[in-house]
Structure formats: C-alpha cells, structure tokens
Design a protein around this ligand. Structure first.
Ligand SMILES: Nc1ncnc2c1ncn2[C@@H]1O[C@H](COP(=O)(O)OP(=O)(O)OP(=O)(O)O)[C@@H](O)[C@H]1O
Length: 608
C-alpha cells in the first residue's frame, strides 16, 4: 500500500482514465493509532499532468471551488493533495458502476427512467454552473451510480456526477502541445470542437448526447475516428431515434442545437425533463400530458427562465456563497507537503520551480495563503498560450464579469485549438487530394456552426441562476428512481389542444454592437470545381494508324511539292551511267584478257 500525504493509503486501483488512475484508499488516523477511519477514492493524476506547472497552478487555484461543490448528485471532492510530483483528488468512494458500464451490461433505459436520471444530472450541472464551474467532459463514464436503499427496503440507483474540473486541468497549454484531445469526441459540443468559447452550454450539449445514449444505447454521432465524429458534431443533425416519445425528442433536440445560445440552461433542462417524465408515464393526468407536449415552449431560449423554476420550493435555493462544509481533520502532518481541503489558508509548500511565483503574480492583491476567490470560468483554450501569465492578472476581473454565463465581458482573442488545427489539416488534406472527395465546406460556409451570437456578447449580463434543490423523484412523477421501472414507450396521446404558445417576450435591446473577434480565421478560398474531363474513345492500335497516315501525307507532299522527283530521276540516271561504265570496263577487261590468252605459245624460251 502506498502512502499519499500523511493520511492516505492507496489500496488498489479501481480504474484508469485518460487523466489518471482512481484508487480505493484508506484515510488513516493521524494521531498515531494508524486506525483506518474511512474508505475513499483517490484519483492520482497522470505524471505528465502533475509535472506541468500550469496544471499544478490551476489545481491549487481551483481547489476551493472543487471542494465547495457539494450537491446530492455530485461526487464530493474532499481533499486535494500536492506531494512532490503527485497530484491527487480525494473523493467519496462510490460503491457502484459508472453509467457507461451500466449501459453496456443492462442496455438502454426506458424513457421515464432516462428522463428522471438526466434530470438529476441536470440538477448537478445547474448547481455547478451557478458556482461558475463548467464540467466540459460530460459522458456516462463520469456518472457513478450509487445504490441507495429506500425506507421501504427497495434499492434505487442514484446518479452522481464526477470529474468536475478535470477536463479544465488537462486542457493546459503545456499539455495541448502533446495531447491532441482533451475530452471525448462523441460528447464534444461544436464550439469546443472548433476551439471557440466554451460556456455552460457545452455541458447542456453533453447532456443531450448522454440522454440520447441513455435512451438508445449509443450516442448520435458515431464514426471511424475522432476527426470524423468532430466533423459530424459540426455539420450533421442527429437522427431522431424510433419509438422515442415526441416530448423527449424535443428536449434532446434543443440540447443538441449547434448554436449554444439556442440551448436551454441546465435549470430549464431539469424542469423540462421532469415535466416530460411526468407526462409520458402510465398514470399521467391530462394536464401533465399537455405540459409534456408543450415542453418546446419551456425550452425556447428566449423564454428560458434563468434560475427561476417555479416548481421548486423556496427554501431549497442553492446558495453558491454558502460556506463549505468539510469533514475530517484540518491538520496536516509535520512536514507534510500537502494542500488540503481544510487548509485553504495553508501555504503551498510544494510547487514546481516557478509555479509559486506565477501564482503570486496571478493574484497580486491576495495575501499569501489567503483563501482564493472563486475564479473558475474557463478561459478559452489557447488564451493562456498566447497571452502569458502577465495578462492573466485580469483573470479574477474577467471572472467577475464572466460568471454570468455568456456575459458581455470583452472577449479575448482565442488561439486556434488543437482540434481546430486538426480539422483544418484534415480539410486541407482532402482538398489537396481531390480524388473523388467533395470539398469540405469551411467553418464559414456551415450555417449551423457560424459563430453564434453569444447572448453574453449582445445582452446585458444576467445574474447566475439561483439554484434550487430539486424535488425527489416521487414528487415529479411518482418514479421510484429505479431504471427498471416500467412505463409505456409510446408518446402520450394528445387529449386536448396544447396551451397557446406563450407570446415572444421582448428581447433586451442591443447595448452595443457585437465586436468582431480580433482574430477571425482567414476565409478559406474554395477551389473551383474542376470541369469534368471529356473522355476520349480509345481505339486499340489507333496510335499506329495515325502515325502511318501522317507519314503518307508527308510523303505525298514531299513527292509533289518538292524537287524530290527530279532528284530521284537524276540519281537513277547517275546510277545507270555508273552501271554502264562498270559494264564497259568489265567488258574491256574481259576482252583484253581474252586477247592475251590467244597469243600463240611455243616461243623459244631461250631468247637472249
Ligand atoms: N469516486 C469514485 N468511487 C468509486 N469509483 C470511482 C470513483 N471515481 C472513479 N471511479 C472509477 O474509476 C474508474 C476510472 O475513473 P476515471 O474518472 O479515471 O475514468 P474516465 O472517466 O473514463 O477517465 P477520464 O475522465 O480521465 O477520461 C472508473 O471506472 C470509475 O468507475
């Protein structure tokens, strides 16, 4: 067993994810008895994260926020440990599978069960959004299912959202150089895929994808590789699953809008899901059915009652400013190099060289060791990369303006996100290849993904929605919380006309024209499509015939239009002359020879 800090002992790994390994661990009594006080889960972040100064810095800065996120549907983070080159989150140990594993083994949930489970996850999101925390990596693997036994002895599944802040930690400028993907492509919102600003709406998109998967068994966009899936998020509309009740599809479809401004808030989503769950059950009253059918009006973005859910009791408001209630002992052991939940005021003792100094520069007005304010509105990816630490001194300021989701705080120019680069590279590759690939439209040609008119940039900033505690399942629809609960699969029958659509409310007048982002991506010039080539008919041997024909034509021209005939005639004449000369010479020679041979022999040989 490996010790972590002065009071934790890692027992056995529970599982590994992209950002680290989760261990079952013990909390030891530090008074000397060594007794095991409690079992916890500890997520030990990967070494490459733990050694990245940016991650360490964020880890320390966001500890107060992560520790403060206390909600019935959020896995509670109890402690954050920084020890040497080890970063770890100490969490409640949840004795149950994660939702991904559950879906693989049990199959999809029924519409009512799925809607009620997602309503609870939306509650968790509403609470975290109210506190300025965007999850950014919503997926079934990040929902743990605790089993609770009710008063009547039956077992119920209780979903708890985990891994808050991890995606943001992993999205470090240093890491994005080596890690191409932070997040899970199947659940990524279009704006995240394009490296645009990520607001709380990315979580609502993730919730929409998750809901689709809970009800059908698979996410809406599936492809061969991450890039193809990202492209589908950007340009494809999800296909409506068969047998899905219409009101439930309406909710999913609103969550999956490409434009983040058209998605509902998490508060509205939770209300809408409970309305739908109540209206599609077997015991639904006509009024509940009508309310479910009219859920589209509730989800309309202009009507989204930010933070105002009339169905929730007043006494159950979520107070983001409320003090965090921690358990355990605040004392760190002597010499312990640990930053703990109770020691927000503890000086940070172990930081990679320079990180402490940077932290100091980030918070110039803050006394060393003083509890940090909540500053967790995610900066657009790449911002830090381009700006350096000095400019991050505005972080707190920006947060104060940004904590209303979608505020009119000045937008920092965001550098290209790694995904964006990859998408561009892929498109460019397609263009260069040009073999049977249609030219992919650039972002500027895609109507669905045109930079959205962020509400925050156009409208007056709104206060974050005060979160109210949701009612238990039973209050919503009589659902016991057990996903095995049976309810009809078909859409509710319309028993009366739905209530007239609410009048469109007056939108707040534009306060200032929207500022164009300073770094608009260069509009990419589309290539002119090549005209189709005319295909020539190929005749076998046609090439030879053509050459022969050309030779004949040349011969005729030369014969009739040049002195060739004359030259040939002369050559013939010369030839004949030469032949005649040769003949006459030969004849003469033969004659001479004959004459010589005819000279009489027998002459005296002894002539003087
Ligand atoms: N608090 C917890 N209690 C019990 N088991 C947990 C807890 N947190 C995580 N686990 C289990 O540990 C395993 C790994 O979790 P982890 O969060 O690292 O996985 P992941 O979500 O797939 O990865 P990542 O979010 O890093 O991409 C999962 O199977 C999960 O069920």
């Amino acid at each position: 067993m490996r010790p972590v800090g002065s009071k934790y002992l890692l027992e056995e790994p529970l599982g590994r994810g992209a950002t680290g390994t989760v261990w079952r661990a013990q909390v030891r009594d530090e008074s000397g008895t060594g007794a095991v006080l409690q079992q916890v889960a500890i997520k030990v972040l990967k070494e490459e994260l733990a050694t990245d100064p940016d991650v360490v810095m964020r880890f320390l800065r966001e500890r107060s926020v992560l520790l403060r996120l206390v909600h019935p549907n959020i896995v509670r983070v109890r402690d954050l440990v920084v020890e040497g080159e080890l970063l770890a989150l100490v969490m409640d140990l949840i004795d149950g599978p994660d939702l991904h594993r559950y879906l693989r083994s049990q199959g999809p949930l029924s519409p009512v069960a799925g809607a009620l489970m997602m309503a609870q996850i939306a509650d968790a999101l509403a609470a975290s959004h109210a506190d300025g925390v965007v999850h950014r990596d919503l997926k079934p693997a990040n929902v743990l299912l605790a089993t609770v036994v009710t008063a009547d002895g039956s077992q119920q599944m209780h979903p708890l959202l985990t891994d808050f802040g991890i995606a943001r930690l992993a999205d470090s400028p240093g890491l994005t150089r080596t890690h191409e993907f932070v997040g899970t492509p199947a659940y990524v919102a279009p704006e995240s895929a394009e490296g645009r600003e990520q607001t709380s709406a990315v979580d609502v998109y993730g919730a929409g994808i998750m809901m689709y998967e809970l009800l059908t068994g698979q996410p809406p966009f599936r492809g061969d590789g991450p890039l193809q899936i990202l492209q589908m998020h950007l340009s494809q509309e999800p296909e409506r699953p068969r047998n899905l009740p219409e009101p439930l599809w309406t909710v999913i479809e609103h969550c999956l809008r490409k434009n983040p401004a058209q998605r509902p808030t998490a508060v509205v989503l939770a209300t809408a899901l409970r309305t739908v769950a109540a209206g599609i059950g077997v015991h639904s009253t006509p009024a509940q059915i009508d309310a479910a059918i009219a859920v589209g009006a509730l989800l309309a973005p202009a009507l989204a009652p930010v933070g105002q859910d009339p169905t929730l009791p007043n006494g159950m408001r979520y107070d983001p400013g409320a003090p965090t209630v921690f358990g355990g002992s605040p004392a760190a052991g002597p010499g312990a190099t640990m930053v703990n939940a109770f020691g927000a005021a503890d000086p940070t003792q172990v930081l990679p060289p320079g990180a402490a100094e940077r932290t100091q520069r980030l918070d110039p007005g803050q006394a060393p060791g003083a509890p940090q304010q909540t500053r967790v509105m995610p900066t657009p990816p790449g911002q830090n990369q381009n700006q350096g630490y000095g400019q991050n001194q505005n972080y707190g300021q920006n947060y104060n303006q940004n904590q209303q989701f979608g505020s009119d705080a000045p937008q920092q120019p965001a550098g290209p996100h790694p995904w964006e680069n990859q998408l561009r590279a892929a498109r460019t590759r397609n263009e260069q290849t040009q073999v049977g690939y249609p030219v992919q439209p650039g972002p500027e040609q895609q109507p669905q993904v045109a930079p959205p008119p962020y509400r925050g940039q156009q409208q007056r900033p709104q206060q974050p929605p005060p979160y109210r505690q949701p009612p238990p399942y039973q209050e919503a629809s009589g659902y016991s919380g057990n996903p095995d609960y049976q309810e009809p699969q078909q859409a509710p029958q319309r028993r009366s006309e739905p209530p007239a659509a609410r009048p469109e409310p007056q939108r707040a007048p534009k306060r200032e024209p929207r500022r164009e982002p300073e770094r608009e991506p260069e509009p990419r010039r589309e290539r002119e499509p090549r005209p189709p080539r005319r295909r020539r008919m190929r005749i076998p041997g046609g090439g030879c015939l053509r050459a022969l024909l050309i030779l004949v034509v040349i011969g005729v021209v030369v014969w009739y239009f040049t002195p060739m005939q004359h030259w040939i005639h002369n050559i013939q004449t010369w030839y004949h002359d030469v032949v005649n000369w040769v003949r006459s010479i030969t004849d003469t020679a033969n004659k001479v020879k004959k004459d010589v041979n005819s000279v009489p022999t027998g002459l005296p040989t002894n002539l003087p």
